[in-house]
Design a protein around this ligand. Structure first.
Ligand code: URA
Length: 251
């Protein structure tokens, strides 16, 4: 059971300030289980209590989870003085205080991003120890070779950061590679290819965990995740790669 103050539960939804919420409650515009409630400090159960504001039911979600299709030219930050950020792309009806991008993509990288106000989930999907895979399509200046595939699987050394955990690289035709990693070092994929003598011309993230980028989601658009999608997001490395990575970490 998740008991919380009524004014906090409503303000957490991001539609009103705490002050506005208090005023709505005092004016008798908020009902709990169909009965008007005038005490902002009344405890409600987020999962069970039916709360309505001005006749409209409000889902009291503790956290918000959004999938965004990041376009190129937008920075992975909450706020920026000069640049447009991924949070700026969220429409007002989905905005909520504390929303931030779970992880970073370079300004020129496109594809799947998760925005949330849940720091614990962000940590779970980003920590290399969780072995949650992130898969990218990289357009290269040359074909993927067997040697590159082997180097990615063995763990590429990156200057100043030691060896990357084992990664899966597959050729996808002419000059395209599909890469799965379970870390998120700065410019990691671009630097891994550089070590192998190749240049990344374009990069797109196509999945996190077992959750693919929604093909219906246009660049710049975002939507809420379903409960099932949230579970897929936390799925660990397939094909035993997680265990290989774990073994490597403990050596
Ligand atoms: N690796 C990169 O080089 N860039 C990204 O944006 C993500 C992974």
């Amino acid at each position: 059971m998740a008991l919380v103050r009524l004014d906090k539960a409503l303000a957490d939804q991001g539609m009103w300030s705490r002050k506005d919420v208090k005023a709505l409650i005092r004016k008798g515009q908020v009902t709990v289980g169909g009965i008007p409630e005038t005490d902002p400090g009344r405890k409600v159960d987020r999962d069970k209590d039916r709360v309505m504001v001005s006749g409209r039911e409000i889902a009291l979600k503790e956290h918000l989870y959004l999938m965004l299709h990041k376009p190129a030219g937008v920075v992975s930050a909450t706020r920026d003085e000069r640049e447009r950020t991924v949070v700026d792309l969220v429409p007002p009806e989905l905005k909520r205080p504390g929303l931030f991008p779970a992880g970073r993509l370079d300004k020129d990288t496109t594809g799947m991003m998760i925005l949330t106000d849940d720091g614990d989930l962000a940590h779970r999907i980003l920590s290399p120890r969780s072995h949650v895979p992130k898969t990218y399509i990289a357009l290269l200046d040359r074909p993927v070779t067997e040697e590159m595939v082997r180097a990615f699987a063995a763990g590429i050394p990156l200057k100043g950061e030691g060896e990357c955990l084992p990664a899966v690289l597959r050729s996808r035709g002419e000059r395209e590679g599909e890469v799965t990693i379970c870390e998120g070092m700065y410019h990691q994929i671009k630097r891994m290819f550089t070590v192998c003598g190749a240049t990344v011309l374009a990069l797109k993230r196509i999945s996190m965990g077992a959750l693919p980028l929604d093909p219906q989601l246009e660049e710049g658009a975002c939507r809420e995740l379903t409960g099932e999608e949230l579970a897929l997001l936390e799925q660990r490395m397939p094909l035993g790669l997680g265990e290989i990575a774990q073994e490597k970490e403990s050596n």
